[in-house]
Design a protein around this ligand. Structure first.
Ligand code: XMP
Length: 518
């Protein structure tokens, strides 16, 4: 039965955030481009629309427009920023450029009782150049700010609302309340998008898709591929084979954790492949980062292919694709970004492989994936694991990737991680508020340095510690770590790891650096 919200994307950087906030209300929603065909919306069968903001002005040539079928649907509509302006423009109101753009924090005063914004004065987040000058007929203003006499509007009878500000960002403290009022009270959506229901629906969709066929998955210990695999296992049981390629480039304790989670705990048919030697010999003498990445990516595919053949070529492959990947790759306006690194992703096996894909996380945000992982009983350490690149320690072992150097790096990394964890600085579960480290690791540098230990000259390797805070890994700040903790880590690494006599801390943000060193 219809219960979902359709979010119409006018190109705002916050559109995905709107969707996440609605999902936080446990109501299902999907994002559609502003020019979505009416049939698609018909199939989706929403109970209301949210119109996103966007960078254009309604008067720009080729500016996105509000398609008439949205107004004709008689469903509730909430227009945010450009979404509000598009509403006004398509009705008989007037939008005009403001004399001074309003960007950042502002205050609105609510001057009419209404079902969406609580009465009083509220802090909100504004980001606009145009504003509504004349309301369409049948609309009334419900709030004003210093720069926007019409900061919010409504046609209560038609259940259409417009906000000049952004309720989806945290800088609008009443934002979530406001979205809840619209979604739950005005649209009458039921909050039924709970982990249990998501799991139930995913399981029956998977069963419908694969029937009695066999399915294969690649697991690495990464969050998305783990949750996808556990979901598919719940749906098809022993018809699933999971392949774990141990590249010899994982962090300390990771291979054992993968085996104990999937084989011992979930009783999944797990096929570990110890390919450490193969990877290390393929990497021998290779120092160029992109070449390392390419070698690892293609060797991984070869090994996986062989395993799949050995397992009788199952027709279906599990992929851990999540919603942001889907939205980003389908964005009509997105330009081609310059390739900085060729990413290799376990579970991101190329689509040209002959498999039909099972993608149970395709509609989920990362936080939903984690909630489902917890509900499925995947250990917390895995569900809340920090990101780890597919090429593993190879891209943190700058220069030659030899077994000795990888082991040296692995030990130094484990010391750094355990000290940060003990200090409570690396709890992924608490990183949402951005005060705690999002990712931390050690990188072994391709240089040697002179030192003195026990009155003896040493000439040994240098390790760099990297720790960043970030929300989305597109940009990142280096993390401020207490000096005493850095001193302890440095001391332990130099004393406990043979072959390292110097530890440095990376104080570069992204940009201009990247998070990884290679
Ligand atoms: P960079 O170094 O590009 O990293 O600033 C941003 C985030 O991406 C991770 N990363 C990867 N993840 N396969 C992955 O799955 C890869 O090849 C890869 N390379 C980098 C990196 O750890 C950081 O979280």
């Amino acid at each position: 039965m219809a219960n979902s919200i359709a979010i119409i994307d006018f190109g705002s950087q916050y559109t995905q955030l709107i969707a996440r906030r609605v999902r936080e209300l446990q109501v299902y929603c999907e994002i559609f481009p502003w020019d979505v065909p009416v049939e698609k919306i018909g199939q989706f069968d929403p109970v209301g629309f949210i119109l996103s903001g966007g960078p254009a002005s309604v008067y720009d040539a080729g500016a996105p427009v509000l398609q008439p079928f949205i107004l004709q649907s008689s469903l509730p509509i909430l227009g945010i920023c450009y979404g509000m302006q598009a509403l006004v423009h398509s009705l008989d109101g007037r939008v005009e450029p403001c004399a001074s753009r309003e960007y950042g924090q502002a205050h609105i005063t609510v001057d009419s009782e209404n079902p969406v914004i609580p009465s009083g004065t509220h802090q909100v987040w504004m980001s606009h150049g145009d504003r509504v000058e004349k309301l369409p007929q049948s609309f009334q203003s419900i709030a004003s700010s210093a720069n926007s006499p019409i900061a919010a509007m409504m046609d209560k009878k038609k259940r259409i609302y417009g906000l000049q500000f952004h309720p989806e960002v945290r800088h609008t403290p009443i934002g979530q309340q406001l979205l809840s009022n619209f979604v739950i009270k005005v649209c009458h959506s039921r909050p039924d998008w709970t982990p249990e229901n998501i799991i139930q629906k995913a399981v029956s969709d998977i069963q419908l898709q694969v029937g009695e066929n066999r399915v294969i998955a690649a697991v690495s210990g990464g969050v998305d591929s783990s949750v996808a695999t556990a979901l598919v296992h719940r749906a098809v049981g022993d018809n699933l084979d999971a392949v774990f390629v141990d590249t010899g480039l994982l962090r300390k304790g990771e291979p054992a954790q993968v085996v104990s989670t999937f084989r011992d705990q979930f009783k999944i048919n797990l096929h570990p492949v110890d390919a450490a030697e193969e990877f290390l010999s393929a990497l021998a003498g290779v120092t160029e980062p992109e070449v390392k990445r390419k070698i690892i990516g293609s060797l991984f595919i070869n090994i996986f292919d062989q395993e799949s053949l050995r397992l009788g070529n199952p027709p279906f492959l599990v992929q851990g694709t999540i919603y942001p990947d889907v939205v980003e790759s389908s964005a009509t306006t997105q330009g081609k970004a310059e390739r900085i690194k060729s990413h290799h992703n376990v579970g991101g096996l190329p689509e040209k492989m002959r498999f039909k894909l099972v993608e149970p996380l395709r509609n989920l945000f990362k936080d939903e994936v984690r909630k489902i992982g917890e509900a499925l009983g995947i250990p917390e350490a895995l569900v809340w694991r920090q990101p780890f690149p597919g090429p593993g320690l190879a891209v943190r072992c700058l220069g030659d990737v030899t077994p000795e150097r990888v082991e040296r790096l692995r030990q130094a990394d484990a010391i750094f991680i355990s000290e940060l964890t003990n200090a409570g600085l690396l709890n992924q579960k608490a990183t949402e508020n951005n005060t705690i480290i999002s990712q931390a690791f050690a990188a072994l540098l391709p240089v040697k340095a002179v030192g003195v230990m026990g009155d003896k000259r040493t000439y040994a390797e240098v390790v760099a510690l990297r720790a960043v805070t970030t929300e989305d890994f597109m940009t990142a700040d280096w993390a401020v770590i207490p000096p005493a903790l850095l001193a302890k880590v440095s001391n332990r690494i130099v004393n406990e790891v043979q072959g390292i006599n110097r530890v440095v801390y990376d104080i570069t943000s992204k940009p201009p650096a990247t998070v990884e060193w290679e």
